[in-house]
Design a protein around this ligand. Structure first.
Ligand SMILES: O=C(O)CCC(=O)C(=O)O
Ligand SMILES: [Fe+2]
Length: 294
């Protein structure tokens, strides 16, 4: 099963054309999000100010986990780009070149973004298919269907367990309070929503706290089956984003991930250089939709 992006990408003018196009663009994005949970836009200007301006029309932009009090858009816009690690440095995943398996934006914390924005700034160096930092998207409802098909005897009980077993996990770099929600829940409108972080099964499987809790071993069995479906090549949309391509996702309905890429590539004169792949990300917390937010 494939998920497809329903609408052709809309091109957007730069400069003053941006200002006049932005209202129409917001309408397009909202329509695309309503139908499939994913909006795909081409030719977005590579301007942090304009990017911030657009995202803010969807809700309250959330500060980065690592934000310092400097003010300005850099507190909100994450730069995803490979950086050669300094000696002894533990790199955050967004500074590495490895694959990022499917996850929810800010899955760990209580207040999660309703929308996640990815703007490709530089598509990166060419490379073999599967090693180009391809973006991957999957709809949770498709994934649960897949789960039911692959594990007909277990799926209903597993989904129930994953929807009722409270669990919390948080890496050191996250300062906010950890969520204790179950991994699967229903949104106020009744949609199934999942919070899932990279390698969640691997990270929870070793937890003695979970193993000793009532229902813990059953929860881990269910999670192991869920994780195996998520890492199998089903129902996903996969594409190499190009510069100016903007993908907005409903972070409650859609999981995102990316393939790995070559950290070091050759420049025009054949010298080794860090892969120039660069993406800007933004997280937005929803607020009620207001017309004319200008
Ligand atoms: O590099 C990418 O394509 C995605 C990065 C990502 O998942 C993130 O910044 O949350
Ligand atoms: Fe992410």
């Amino acid at each position: 099963m494939e998920i497809s992006v329903q609408h052709p990408a809309r091109r957007l003018g730069a400069g003053s054309a941006f200002q006049s196009d932005v209202a129409a663009l917001v309408g397009d994005i909202r329509a695309q999000l309503l139908s499939g949970g994913i909006a795909n836009i081409a030719g977005f200007p590579l301007s942090k100010e304009q990017y911030f301006q657009l995202a803010a029309l969807f809700g309250r932009p959330m500060r980065k986990h690592t934000a310092e009090d400097g003010g300005g858009t850099d507190e909100y816009i994450g730069v995803v780009r490979y950086e050669p690690p300094a000696e002894g440095d533990k790199q955050p995943p967004t500074k590495g070149a490895s694959a990022l398996p499917f996850h929810t934006a800010r899955a760990y914390v209580r207040v999660r973004p309703s929308h996640f924005f990815m703007l490709m700034v530089n598509g990166g160096a060419p490379g073999p298919a599967g090693c180009r930092g391809e973006s991957q998207l999957v709809r949770w409802d498709n994934l649960l269907q897949e789960f039911r098909q692959l594990h007909p005897e277990h799926a209903e009980a597993d989904i129930k367990l994953l929807s009722t077993f409270p669990v919390s996990y948080k890496p050191d770099y996250v300062k906010e309070e950890a969520s204790v929600d179950p991994l699967i829940s229903s949104s106020p409108s009744g949609e199934i929503t999942v919070r899932y972080w990279e390698y969640a099964f691997a990270k929870l499987a070793g937890s003695t706290d979970i193993q000793q809790r009532k229902g813990g071993p059953q929860f881990l069995d269910a999670l192991s089956r869920f994780d195996s479906v998520l890492t199998a090549p089903f129902c996903r949309y996969e594409t190499v984003l190009t510069a100016g391509q903007l993908v907005v996702i409903d972070n409650r309905r859609i999981a995102h991930g990316r393939r790995g890429f070559s950290p070091i590539v050759s420049d025009a004169s054949g010298r080794p250089t860090p892969n120039p792949r660069e993406m800007w990300t933004m997280h937005v917390e929803e607020r009620p939709h207001v017309e004319n937010v200008a």
